[in-house]
Write a new protein. Structure first.
Lengths: 199, 369
Protein backbone atom coordinates (compact mmCIF):
# COMPACT_ATOMS: atom_id res chain seq x y z
CA UNK A 1 0.00 0.00 0.00
CA UNK A 2 1.34 3.44 -0.87
CA UNK A 3 1.73 5.80 2.00
CA UNK A 4 0.12 8.59 -0.02
CA UNK A 5 -2.63 6.56 -1.65
CA UNK A 6 -6.35 7.07 -0.97
CA UNK A 7 -6.43 4.57 1.91
CA UNK A 8 -3.58 6.35 3.68
CA UNK A 9 -5.36 9.66 3.13
CA UNK A 10 -8.51 8.31 4.72
CA UNK A 11 -6.52 7.07 7.72
CA UNK A 12 -4.88 10.49 8.02
CA UNK A 13 -8.24 12.24 8.00
CA UNK A 14 -9.57 10.04 10.78
CA UNK A 15 -6.40 10.49 12.81
CA UNK A 16 -6.95 14.26 12.79
CA UNK A 17 -10.15 13.89 14.78
CA UNK A 18 -10.03 14.45 18.53
CA UNK A 19 -9.61 11.30 20.64
CA UNK A 20 -8.62 9.15 17.66
CA UNK A 21 -5.08 7.76 17.54
CA UNK A 22 -3.36 6.18 14.54
CA UNK A 23 -4.49 2.66 15.43
CA UNK A 24 -8.16 3.57 15.78
CA UNK A 25 -7.93 5.64 12.60
CA UNK A 26 -6.68 2.58 10.76
CA UNK A 27 -9.41 0.40 12.19
CA UNK A 28 -12.13 2.86 11.16
CA UNK A 29 -10.72 3.22 7.66
CA UNK A 30 -10.46 -0.51 7.06
CA UNK A 31 -13.90 -1.08 8.52
CA UNK A 32 -15.46 1.37 6.11
CA UNK A 33 -13.59 -0.10 3.17
CA UNK A 34 -14.75 -3.59 4.13
CA UNK A 35 -18.41 -2.51 3.96
CA UNK A 36 -20.54 -2.05 0.84
CA UNK A 37 -20.00 1.29 -0.95
CA UNK A 38 -23.31 2.68 0.38
CA UNK A 39 -21.90 2.79 3.90
CA UNK A 40 -19.17 5.17 2.83
CA UNK A 41 -21.55 7.23 0.69
CA UNK A 42 -24.07 7.56 3.51
CA UNK A 43 -21.35 8.67 5.91
CA UNK A 44 -19.92 11.15 3.42
CA UNK A 45 -23.37 12.54 2.67
CA UNK A 46 -24.20 12.87 6.38
CA UNK A 47 -20.94 14.69 7.00
CA UNK A 48 -21.38 17.15 4.15
CA UNK A 49 -25.01 17.75 4.88
CA UNK A 50 -24.41 18.36 8.57
CA UNK A 51 -21.55 20.70 7.82
CA UNK A 52 -23.33 22.63 5.07
CA UNK A 53 -26.49 23.08 7.06
CA UNK A 54 -24.96 23.96 10.41
CA UNK A 55 -24.05 27.47 11.42
CA UNK A 56 -23.99 29.56 14.56
CA UNK A 57 -27.35 30.83 15.75
CA UNK A 58 -27.22 34.62 15.43
CA UNK A 59 -28.72 35.02 18.92
CA UNK A 60 -27.02 32.47 21.19
CA UNK A 61 -24.19 31.32 18.88
CA UNK A 62 -24.97 27.67 19.47
CA UNK A 63 -24.66 25.41 16.44
CA UNK A 64 -27.96 25.09 14.62
CA UNK A 65 -29.56 24.14 11.33
CA UNK A 66 -32.23 26.84 11.71
CA UNK A 67 -32.08 30.55 12.26
CA UNK A 68 -32.65 31.28 15.10
CA UNK A 69 -32.06 27.93 16.81
CA UNK A 70 -34.88 25.84 18.30
CA UNK A 71 -34.21 27.07 21.84
CA UNK A 72 -34.07 30.75 20.92
CA UNK A 73 -37.24 30.35 18.82
CA UNK A 74 -39.22 28.62 21.59
CA UNK A 75 -41.74 31.13 23.04
CA UNK A 76 -42.10 29.12 26.27
CA UNK A 77 -38.49 29.81 27.27
CA UNK A 78 -37.79 32.62 29.68
CA UNK A 79 -35.67 35.29 27.93
CA UNK A 80 -34.87 36.99 31.23
CA UNK A 81 -32.49 34.18 32.20
CA UNK A 82 -29.31 33.68 30.26
CA UNK A 83 -27.05 30.71 30.84
CA UNK A 84 -23.49 31.16 29.57
CA UNK A 85 -21.66 27.95 28.60
CA UNK A 86 -18.37 27.11 26.96
CA UNK A 87 -19.40 24.66 24.26
CA UNK A 88 -22.44 23.51 22.28
CA UNK A 89 -22.14 20.13 24.02
CA UNK A 90 -22.70 21.92 27.36
CA UNK A 91 -26.07 23.14 26.04
CA UNK A 92 -26.93 19.51 25.30
CA UNK A 93 -25.99 18.47 28.84
CA UNK A 94 -28.09 21.28 30.35
CA UNK A 95 -31.07 20.46 28.15
CA UNK A 96 -30.92 16.83 29.18
CA UNK A 97 -31.11 17.90 32.82
CA UNK A 98 -34.36 19.80 32.08
CA UNK A 99 -33.63 22.03 35.04
CA UNK A 100 -33.24 25.19 33.03
CA UNK A 101 -35.94 27.03 31.08
CA UNK A 102 -34.11 30.20 30.05
CA UNK A 103 -31.90 30.91 27.03
CA UNK A 104 -28.22 30.20 26.37
CA UNK A 105 -25.12 31.92 25.20
CA UNK A 106 -22.25 29.81 23.84
CA UNK A 107 -18.74 31.23 24.27
CA UNK A 108 -16.99 28.60 22.16
CA UNK A 109 -14.15 28.16 24.62
CA UNK A 110 -12.70 29.64 27.81
CA UNK A 111 -9.96 32.12 28.58
CA UNK A 112 -6.59 30.40 28.36
CA UNK A 113 -3.46 32.53 27.90
CA UNK A 114 -1.30 29.44 27.34
CA UNK A 115 -3.40 28.60 24.28
CA UNK A 116 -3.61 32.20 23.14
CA UNK A 117 -7.31 32.43 23.91
CA UNK A 118 -8.61 35.72 25.26
CA UNK A 119 -11.99 37.49 25.12
CA UNK A 120 -11.51 38.35 21.44
CA UNK A 121 -11.34 34.68 20.54
CA UNK A 122 -14.61 34.00 22.35
CA UNK A 123 -18.10 35.41 21.82
CA UNK A 124 -17.78 37.90 24.66
CA UNK A 125 -18.61 40.97 22.58
CA UNK A 126 -21.82 39.34 21.35
CA UNK A 127 -22.77 38.47 24.92
CA UNK A 128 -22.32 42.04 26.14
CA UNK A 129 -24.31 43.42 23.21
CA UNK A 130 -27.07 40.97 23.95
CA UNK A 131 -27.27 42.02 27.59
CA UNK A 132 -27.02 45.72 26.71
CA UNK A 133 -29.96 45.16 24.36
CA UNK A 134 -32.16 44.75 27.46
CA UNK A 135 -34.59 42.14 28.72
CA UNK A 136 -32.03 39.99 30.56
CA UNK A 137 -32.42 39.97 34.35
CA UNK A 138 -30.08 37.19 35.38
CA UNK A 139 -26.95 35.74 33.85
CA UNK A 140 -25.89 32.28 35.05
CA UNK A 141 -22.24 31.59 34.40
CA UNK A 142 -22.03 27.85 33.73
CA UNK A 143 -18.50 27.64 32.44
CA UNK A 144 -16.64 24.48 33.46
CA UNK A 145 -15.53 24.14 37.08
CA UNK A 146 -11.84 24.27 36.31
CA UNK A 147 -9.19 27.00 36.37
CA UNK A 148 -9.98 28.38 32.91
CA UNK A 149 -13.74 28.14 33.40
CA UNK A 150 -13.50 29.95 36.73
CA UNK A 151 -11.25 32.64 35.23
CA UNK A 152 -13.77 33.16 32.44
CA UNK A 153 -16.64 33.40 34.90
CA UNK A 154 -14.81 35.90 37.10
CA UNK A 155 -13.86 37.97 34.08
CA UNK A 156 -17.41 38.01 32.70
CA UNK A 157 -18.97 38.85 36.05
CA UNK A 158 -16.75 41.92 36.20
CA UNK A 159 -18.02 43.09 32.85
CA UNK A 160 -21.66 42.22 33.41
CA UNK A 161 -22.27 43.40 36.95
CA UNK A 162 -22.00 47.12 36.06
CA UNK A 163 -24.85 46.57 33.59
CA UNK A 164 -27.25 46.10 36.50
CA UNK A 165 -27.93 42.45 35.88
CA UNK A 166 -27.86 39.71 38.52
CA UNK A 167 -24.89 37.43 37.97
CA UNK A 168 -24.67 33.94 39.46
CA UNK A 169 -22.24 31.09 39.09
CA UNK A 170 -23.44 27.55 38.70
CA UNK A 171 -22.61 26.12 42.11
CA UNK A 172 -19.96 23.45 42.25
CA UNK A 173 -22.28 20.66 43.31
CA UNK A 174 -20.47 19.02 40.44
CA UNK A 175 -17.68 16.54 41.00
CA UNK A 176 -14.54 18.59 41.41
CA UNK A 177 -12.55 19.04 38.27
CA UNK A 178 -15.25 17.42 36.15
CA UNK A 179 -16.50 19.08 33.02
CA UNK A 180 -20.13 19.94 32.64
CA UNK A 181 -20.26 17.46 29.81
CA UNK A 182 -19.57 14.54 32.15
CA UNK A 183 -21.85 15.60 34.96
CA UNK A 184 -24.79 13.30 35.36
CA UNK A 185 -28.24 14.74 35.09
CA UNK A 186 -29.07 14.76 38.79
CA UNK A 187 -26.00 16.62 39.97
CA UNK A 188 -26.56 19.17 37.25
CA UNK A 189 -30.12 19.93 38.40
CA UNK A 190 -28.82 20.16 41.95
CA UNK A 191 -26.08 22.52 40.90
CA UNK A 192 -28.66 24.70 39.22
CA UNK A 193 -30.78 24.91 42.35
CA UNK A 194 -27.73 25.77 44.40
CA UNK A 195 -26.23 28.43 42.16
CA UNK A 196 -24.68 31.23 44.12
CA UNK A 197 -24.20 34.96 43.81
CA UNK A 198 -20.75 35.88 42.49
CA UNK A 199 -18.59 38.14 44.56
CA UNK B 1 -0.71 -2.92 55.91
CA UNK B 2 0.97 -5.83 54.23
CA UNK B 3 1.41 -7.29 50.81
CA UNK B 4 0.61 -10.96 51.15
CA UNK B 5 1.23 -11.68 47.53
CA UNK B 6 2.71 -9.81 44.62
CA UNK B 7 2.42 -10.81 40.96
CA UNK B 8 4.20 -9.05 38.11
CA UNK B 9 3.89 -9.63 34.44
CA UNK B 10 5.95 -7.84 31.81
CA UNK B 11 7.14 -5.26 34.29
CA UNK B 12 10.56 -3.98 33.12
CA UNK B 13 12.89 -7.01 33.13
CA UNK B 14 10.38 -9.26 34.93
CA UNK B 15 8.45 -11.47 32.55
CA UNK B 16 6.48 -13.01 35.35
CA UNK B 17 6.95 -13.20 39.05
CA UNK B 18 4.83 -14.43 41.89
CA UNK B 19 6.04 -13.75 45.40
CA UNK B 20 4.69 -14.09 48.93
CA UNK B 21 6.73 -11.47 50.81
CA UNK B 22 7.56 -11.63 54.49
CA UNK B 23 5.42 -9.55 56.85
CA UNK B 24 8.47 -7.79 58.28
CA UNK B 25 11.74 -6.75 56.70
CA UNK B 26 12.39 -8.05 53.17
CA UNK B 27 15.93 -7.56 52.00
CA UNK B 28 16.26 -7.73 48.23
CA UNK B 29 19.78 -8.48 47.14
CA UNK B 30 21.52 -9.15 43.88
CA UNK B 31 24.16 -7.75 41.59
CA UNK B 32 23.75 -4.51 39.73
CA UNK B 33 21.23 -4.21 36.91
CA UNK B 34 19.38 -7.40 37.86
CA UNK B 35 16.01 -5.82 38.72
CA UNK B 36 16.10 -4.91 42.43
CA UNK B 37 14.97 -1.33 41.90
CA UNK B 38 12.48 -2.52 39.29
CA UNK B 39 10.82 -4.73 41.88
CA UNK B 40 10.59 -1.82 44.32
CA UNK B 41 9.24 0.41 41.59
CA UNK B 42 6.50 -2.14 40.88
CA UNK B 43 5.47 -2.16 44.55
CA UNK B 44 5.51 1.63 44.55
CA UNK B 45 3.42 1.78 41.39
CA UNK B 46 0.85 -0.56 42.86
CA UNK B 47 0.58 1.46 46.11
CA UNK B 48 0.76 5.06 44.86
CA UNK B 49 -0.26 4.89 41.20
CA UNK B 50 3.08 6.49 40.29
CA UNK B 51 6.63 5.45 39.54
CA UNK B 52 9.21 6.89 41.92
CA UNK B 53 11.66 6.72 39.05
CA UNK B 54 10.11 8.12 35.97
CA UNK B 55 7.26 10.27 34.73
CA UNK B 56 7.22 8.42 31.40
CA UNK B 57 5.43 5.47 32.88
CA UNK B 58 5.22 3.45 29.67
CA UNK B 59 8.93 2.72 29.88
CA UNK B 60 7.97 0.27 32.66
CA UNK B 61 6.41 -2.03 30.06
CA UNK B 62 8.84 -4.86 29.29
CA UNK B 63 10.69 -4.37 26.02
CA UNK B 64 9.08 -6.37 23.25
CA UNK B 65 5.66 -6.58 24.93
CA UNK B 66 2.79 -4.11 24.91
CA UNK B 67 1.26 -4.19 28.36
CA UNK B 68 2.23 -4.75 31.95
CA UNK B 69 0.31 -5.81 35.01
CA UNK B 70 1.08 -5.64 38.71
CA UNK B 71 -1.31 -7.18 41.16
CA UNK B 72 -1.15 -7.43 44.90
CA UNK B 73 -3.11 -9.06 47.65
CA UNK B 74 -3.11 -6.45 50.36
CA UNK B 75 -4.11 -6.87 53.98
CA UNK B 76 -5.20 -3.73 55.79
CA UNK B 77 -7.17 -3.46 59.00
CA UNK B 78 -7.50 -7.21 58.86
CA UNK B 79 -9.30 -7.11 55.52
CA UNK B 80 -7.88 -8.48 52.28
CA UNK B 81 -8.02 -6.35 49.16
CA UNK B 82 -6.98 -7.21 45.66
CA UNK B 83 -5.29 -4.40 43.76
CA UNK B 84 -4.53 -4.62 40.06
CA UNK B 85 -2.67 -2.06 38.00
CA UNK B 86 -2.56 -2.48 34.26
CA UNK B 87 -0.78 -0.31 31.76
CA UNK B 88 -0.91 -0.83 28.00
CA UNK B 89 1.16 0.85 25.32
CA UNK B 90 -1.84 2.58 23.77
CA UNK B 91 -3.87 3.70 26.77
CA UNK B 92 -3.65 5.18 30.24
CA UNK B 93 -3.09 3.14 33.38
CA UNK B 94 -6.07 1.25 34.74
CA UNK B 95 -6.57 0.56 38.44
CA UNK B 96 -8.85 -2.01 39.99
CA UNK B 97 -9.79 -2.73 43.57
CA UNK B 98 -11.37 -6.14 44.03
CA UNK B 99 -12.18 -6.24 40.35
CA UNK B 100 -13.83 -2.83 40.21
CA UNK B 101 -12.26 -0.02 38.20
CA UNK B 102 -11.11 2.92 40.33
CA UNK B 103 -10.09 6.52 39.86
CA UNK B 104 -6.41 6.86 40.62
CA UNK B 105 -6.97 9.49 43.30
CA UNK B 106 -9.70 7.50 44.99
CA UNK B 107 -7.50 4.46 45.27
CA UNK B 108 -4.18 6.05 46.12
CA UNK B 109 -4.97 9.02 48.33
CA UNK B 110 -3.62 8.48 50.88
CA UNK B 111 -0.81 6.53 49.27
CA UNK B 112 -0.02 3.13 50.74
CA UNK B 113 3.77 3.26 50.66
CA UNK B 114 6.59 5.57 51.58
CA UNK B 115 9.75 5.39 49.53
CA UNK B 116 13.27 6.34 50.44
CA UNK B 117 15.84 6.56 47.67
CA UNK B 118 19.38 7.95 47.42
CA UNK B 119 17.96 11.10 45.80
CA UNK B 120 16.15 11.82 49.08
CA UNK B 121 19.48 12.14 50.84
CA UNK B 122 19.91 15.46 49.05
CA UNK B 123 16.73 16.85 50.53
CA UNK B 124 18.46 19.19 52.95
CA UNK B 125 21.29 20.45 50.81
CA UNK B 126 19.48 20.28 47.46
CA UNK B 127 17.32 22.94 45.85
CA UNK B 128 14.07 24.41 47.22
CA UNK B 129 11.99 22.67 44.54
CA UNK B 130 13.02 19.30 46.00
CA UNK B 131 11.97 20.35 49.50
CA UNK B 132 8.65 21.68 48.23
CA UNK B 133 8.03 18.42 46.39
CA UNK B 134 8.78 16.44 49.53
CA UNK B 135 6.52 18.61 51.66
CA UNK B 136 3.69 18.51 49.11
CA UNK B 137 3.90 14.73 48.96
CA UNK B 138 3.68 14.56 52.75
CA UNK B 139 0.67 16.84 52.93
CA UNK B 140 -1.08 14.88 50.18
CA UNK B 141 -1.01 11.70 52.16
CA UNK B 142 -2.79 13.38 55.08
CA UNK B 143 -5.13 15.61 53.16
CA UNK B 144 -6.24 14.12 49.86
CA UNK B 145 -7.95 17.38 48.80
CA UNK B 146 -4.51 18.97 48.84
CA UNK B 147 -3.65 17.22 45.58
CA UNK B 148 -6.60 18.95 43.96
CA UNK B 149 -5.63 22.37 45.32
CA UNK B 150 -2.04 21.92 44.25
CA UNK B 151 -3.03 20.77 40.80
CA UNK B 152 -5.24 23.81 40.33
CA UNK B 153 -2.65 26.13 41.80
CA UNK B 154 -0.05 24.93 39.31
CA UNK B 155 -2.50 25.38 36.49
CA UNK B 156 -3.33 28.93 37.60
CA UNK B 157 0.36 29.70 37.87
CA UNK B 158 1.02 28.41 34.36
CA UNK B 159 -1.80 30.53 32.98
CA UNK B 160 -0.75 33.61 34.92
CA UNK B 161 2.86 33.33 33.77
CA UNK B 162 1.73 32.91 30.18
CA UNK B 163 -0.47 35.96 30.50
CA UNK B 164 2.37 38.04 31.95
CA UNK B 165 4.82 36.82 29.36
CA UNK B 166 2.90 37.34 26.18
CA UNK B 167 -0.38 39.04 26.63
CA UNK B 168 0.21 42.38 28.32
CA UNK B 169 -1.55 44.08 25.42
CA UNK B 170 -4.47 41.68 25.17
CA UNK B 171 -8.09 42.84 25.55
CA UNK B 172 -9.03 42.92 29.22
CA UNK B 173 -5.49 42.15 30.40
CA UNK B 174 -5.84 43.52 33.90
CA UNK B 175 -9.30 41.99 34.48
CA UNK B 176 -8.01 38.62 33.29
CA UNK B 177 -4.95 38.96 35.49
CA UNK B 178 -7.28 39.71 38.42
CA UNK B 179 -9.33 36.61 37.74
CA UNK B 180 -6.22 34.42 37.80
CA UNK B 181 -4.88 36.23 40.87
CA UNK B 182 -8.13 35.62 42.73
CA UNK B 183 -7.75 31.91 42.10
CA UNK B 184 -4.05 31.99 42.90
CA UNK B 185 -4.88 33.55 46.27
CA UNK B 186 -7.67 31.06 46.89
CA UNK B 187 -5.62 27.93 46.16
CA UNK B 188 -2.31 29.41 47.30
CA UNK B 189 -3.51 30.26 50.78
CA UNK B 190 -4.97 26.78 51.24
CA UNK B 191 -1.65 25.30 50.19
CA UNK B 192 0.35 27.44 52.60
CA UNK B 193 -2.12 26.72 55.38
CA UNK B 194 -2.03 22.95 54.86
CA UNK B 195 1.75 22.96 54.68
CA UNK B 196 1.98 24.85 57.96
CA UNK B 197 -0.51 22.53 59.64
CA UNK B 198 1.47 19.50 58.49
CA UNK B 199 4.79 21.01 59.60
CA UNK B 200 3.24 21.84 62.94
CA UNK B 201 2.14 18.24 63.46
CA UNK B 202 5.52 16.92 62.43
CA UNK B 203 7.81 19.16 64.46
CA UNK B 204 7.82 17.34 67.78
CA UNK B 205 7.76 13.85 66.26
CA UNK B 206 10.77 14.77 64.16
CA UNK B 207 12.63 16.24 67.10
CA UNK B 208 12.18 13.08 69.19
CA UNK B 209 13.11 10.74 66.37
CA UNK B 210 16.21 12.72 65.52
CA UNK B 211 17.39 12.51 69.11
CA UNK B 212 16.68 8.82 69.25
CA UNK B 213 18.50 8.19 65.99
CA UNK B 214 21.61 10.19 66.85
CA UNK B 215 21.56 9.48 70.58
CA UNK B 216 22.54 13.10 70.78
CA UNK B 217 21.56 16.23 72.52
CA UNK B 218 21.07 18.25 69.41
CA UNK B 219 17.64 19.35 68.36
CA UNK B 220 16.33 19.61 64.86
CA UNK B 221 13.73 22.12 63.79
CA UNK B 222 12.63 23.94 60.69
CA UNK B 223 11.29 27.26 59.53
CA UNK B 224 8.90 27.76 56.68
CA UNK B 225 10.31 30.56 54.56
CA UNK B 226 7.48 32.18 52.68
CA UNK B 227 7.33 34.74 49.90
CA UNK B 228 4.27 35.95 51.78
CA UNK B 229 4.76 37.71 55.12
CA UNK B 230 3.03 35.37 57.58
CA UNK B 231 2.18 36.35 61.12
CA UNK B 232 1.96 33.97 64.04
CA UNK B 233 -1.72 33.28 63.62
CA UNK B 234 -2.42 30.11 61.76
CA UNK B 235 -5.69 30.61 59.96
CA UNK B 236 -6.73 30.68 56.35
CA UNK B 237 -8.27 34.14 56.48
CA UNK B 238 -5.03 35.72 57.71
CA UNK B 239 -2.99 33.91 55.05
CA UNK B 240 -5.45 34.88 52.33
CA UNK B 241 -5.22 38.48 53.45
CA UNK B 242 -1.38 38.47 53.44
CA UNK B 243 -1.15 36.74 50.07
CA UNK B 244 -3.62 39.21 48.64
CA UNK B 245 -1.66 42.25 49.84
CA UNK B 246 1.67 40.74 48.85
CA UNK B 247 0.43 40.23 45.31
CA UNK B 248 -1.05 43.72 45.19
CA UNK B 249 2.15 45.35 46.40
CA UNK B 250 4.34 43.48 43.93
CA UNK B 251 2.07 43.62 40.91
CA UNK B 252 4.18 46.20 39.11
CA UNK B 253 7.30 44.13 39.64
CA UNK B 254 5.48 41.04 38.39
CA UNK B 255 4.49 42.90 35.24
CA UNK B 256 8.02 44.15 34.67
CA UNK B 257 9.66 40.81 35.26
CA UNK B 258 6.81 39.02 33.52
CA UNK B 259 6.40 36.27 36.06
CA UNK B 260 4.51 35.42 39.22
CA UNK B 261 6.79 36.29 42.15
CA UNK B 262 4.55 35.62 45.14
CA UNK B 263 2.96 32.40 46.34
CA UNK B 264 3.74 28.95 47.71
CA UNK B 265 5.70 28.08 44.55
CA UNK B 266 8.42 30.44 45.80
CA UNK B 267 8.49 29.15 49.36
CA UNK B 268 11.13 27.02 51.02
CA UNK B 269 11.88 25.11 54.16
CA UNK B 270 14.98 25.74 56.20
CA UNK B 271 16.31 23.12 58.60
CA UNK B 272 18.33 23.80 61.71
CA UNK B 273 20.36 21.28 63.66
CA UNK B 274 21.75 22.38 66.99
CA UNK B 275 20.74 25.91 66.07
CA UNK B 276 22.79 25.92 62.84
CA UNK B 277 21.47 26.23 59.31
CA UNK B 278 21.71 22.59 58.30
CA UNK B 279 22.09 23.31 54.62
CA UNK B 280 25.27 25.27 55.08
CA UNK B 281 26.91 24.14 58.26
CA UNK B 282 26.00 20.57 59.02
CA UNK B 283 27.96 17.48 58.12
CA UNK B 284 26.81 15.01 55.51
CA UNK B 285 26.15 12.57 58.35
CA UNK B 286 23.93 15.00 60.24
CA UNK B 287 22.00 15.75 57.09
CA UNK B 288 21.56 12.06 56.44
CA UNK B 289 20.20 11.53 59.95
CA UNK B 290 17.86 14.44 59.42
CA UNK B 291 16.44 12.92 56.23
CA UNK B 292 16.11 9.54 57.88
CA UNK B 293 14.20 11.05 60.79
CA UNK B 294 11.97 12.94 58.38
CA UNK B 295 11.03 9.70 56.65
CA UNK B 296 10.45 8.00 59.98
CA UNK B 297 8.28 10.89 61.18
CA UNK B 298 6.12 10.57 58.10
CA UNK B 299 5.54 6.91 58.91
CA UNK B 300 4.67 7.65 62.54
CA UNK B 301 2.26 10.39 61.58
CA UNK B 302 0.68 8.17 58.98
CA UNK B 303 0.01 5.58 61.63
CA UNK B 304 -1.37 8.19 64.00
CA UNK B 305 -3.78 9.34 61.30
CA UNK B 306 -4.89 6.04 59.79
CA UNK B 307 -4.13 3.45 62.46
CA UNK B 308 -1.97 1.54 60.00
CA UNK B 309 1.57 1.62 58.71
CA UNK B 310 2.32 2.20 55.04
CA UNK B 311 4.79 -0.07 53.26
CA UNK B 312 8.33 1.21 53.45
CA UNK B 313 10.46 1.03 50.30
CA UNK B 314 14.16 1.70 50.65
CA UNK B 315 16.30 1.66 47.55
CA UNK B 316 20.06 1.38 47.99
CA UNK B 317 20.14 3.56 51.08
CA UNK B 318 20.91 0.87 53.65
CA UNK B 319 24.57 0.54 52.84
CA UNK B 320 24.85 4.31 52.77
CA UNK B 321 23.93 4.40 56.42
CA UNK B 322 26.58 3.52 58.95
CA UNK B 323 25.98 0.92 61.61
CA UNK B 324 25.04 3.48 64.26
CA UNK B 325 22.30 4.86 62.05
CA UNK B 326 21.11 1.39 61.11
CA UNK B 327 20.93 0.63 64.82
CA UNK B 328 19.04 3.89 65.32
CA UNK B 329 16.37 2.54 63.03
CA UNK B 330 15.79 -0.51 65.21
CA UNK B 331 12.75 1.17 66.72
CA UNK B 332 11.22 1.65 63.31
CA UNK B 333 11.73 -1.95 62.28
CA UNK B 334 10.30 -3.17 65.57
CA UNK B 335 6.93 -1.79 64.45
CA UNK B 336 4.44 -3.99 62.62
CA UNK B 337 5.68 -2.53 59.38
CA UNK B 338 6.40 -4.30 56.14
CA UNK B 339 9.51 -3.03 54.44
CA UNK B 340 11.33 -3.75 51.20
CA UNK B 341 15.00 -2.90 51.23
CA UNK B 342 17.32 -3.30 48.27
CA UNK B 343 21.01 -3.73 48.80
CA UNK B 344 23.82 -5.31 46.82
CA UNK B 345 25.00 -6.99 50.01
CA UNK B 346 23.13 -8.28 53.03
CA UNK B 347 23.81 -5.73 55.77
CA UNK B 348 25.75 -7.08 58.72
CA UNK B 349 24.36 -6.63 62.23
CA UNK B 350 21.00 -5.56 60.91
CA UNK B 351 18.96 -4.71 64.03
CA UNK B 352 15.94 -6.94 63.30
CA UNK B 353 15.18 -10.31 61.86
CA UNK B 354 14.55 -10.27 58.14
CA UNK B 355 14.19 -12.42 55.08
CA UNK B 356 16.25 -12.15 51.97
CA UNK B 357 15.46 -12.77 48.36
CA UNK B 358 17.92 -12.65 45.53
CA UNK B 359 17.15 -11.12 42.16
CA UNK B 360 19.06 -12.36 39.14
CA UNK B 361 18.12 -11.16 35.70
CA UNK B 362 14.44 -10.67 36.48
CA UNK B 363 14.09 -13.91 38.47
CA UNK B 364 13.49 -14.10 42.19
CA UNK B 365 15.00 -16.73 44.42
CA UNK B 366 13.89 -16.99 48.04
CA UNK B 367 16.71 -16.95 50.54
CA UNK B 368 17.26 -18.43 53.99
CA UNK B 369 16.77 -16.80 57.41
N1 LIG C 1 11.20 -1.76 30.02
C1 LIG C 1 12.17 -2.66 30.25
N2 LIG C 1 12.15 -3.86 29.66
C2 LIG C 1 13.14 -4.76 29.89
N3 LIG C 1 14.18 -4.55 30.72
C3 LIG C 1 14.25 -3.36 31.33
C4 LIG C 1 13.26 -2.37 31.15
N4 LIG C 1 13.59 -1.28 31.89
C5 LIG C 1 14.74 -1.60 32.52
N5 LIG C 1 15.15 -2.85 32.19
C6 LIG C 1 16.34 -3.56 32.63
O1 LIG C 1 16.34 -3.62 34.04
C7 LIG C 1 17.70 -3.65 34.49
C8 LIG C 1 17.91 -2.66 35.59
O2 LIG C 1 17.20 -3.06 36.69
P1 LIG C 1 17.34 -2.31 38.08
O3 LIG C 1 16.20 -2.77 38.89
O4 LIG C 1 17.49 -0.85 37.88
O5 LIG C 1 18.70 -2.90 38.59
P2 LIG C 1 19.24 -3.00 40.07
O6 LIG C 1 19.16 -4.45 40.42
O7 LIG C 1 20.65 -2.54 39.94
O8 LIG C 1 18.42 -2.12 40.95
C9 LIG C 1 18.57 -3.31 33.32
O9 LIG C 1 19.20 -4.47 32.89
C10 LIG C 1 17.60 -2.82 32.28
O10 LIG C 1 18.02 -3.13 30.98
MG1 LIG D 1 19.01 -0.24 41.77
ZN1 LIG E 1 -29.97 30.36 19.55
Amino acid sequence: MHSNGPVARLVDEFARLPGIGPKTAQRLAFYILSQPPETARRLAAALTEARDNTRRCSVCLNLTDREPCAVCADPRRNPEMLCVVEQPRDVLAMEKSRGFRGLYHVLHGSISPMNGIGPDELTVRELLQRIAGGGVKEVILATNPNVEGDATALYLSKLIQPLGVRVTRLAHGLPVGASLEYADEITLSKALEGRRELY
Amino acid sequence: MFFKRLVLSNFRNFRDLSWYPYRGVNIITGNNAQGKTNLLEAIGFCTTGLSFRTSREKEMIKDGTNSLQVSALLERNGVEDDIIVRLAENSIAEFRLNGVKQKKNRLFLPVMSVSFTPADLDLIRGNPAGRRRWLDTEVCSFEPAYAYHLHNYNRVLLQKNNLLKEKIKTTGFSEILDSFNLQLINYGSRIIYSRLVQLGKMASVLKDLYRELTRGKEDIYYKYLSSVPLGDKLNIEAITFSLNSAIASRSLEEKNRRQALVGPHRDDLQFYIGGMDARRYCSRGQQRSAVLSLKMSAIKLYHREYGEYPLLLMDDVMLELDEARQAGMAGLFALPLQSFITSTAVPENFPRDFKTVKITNGQLIEGER
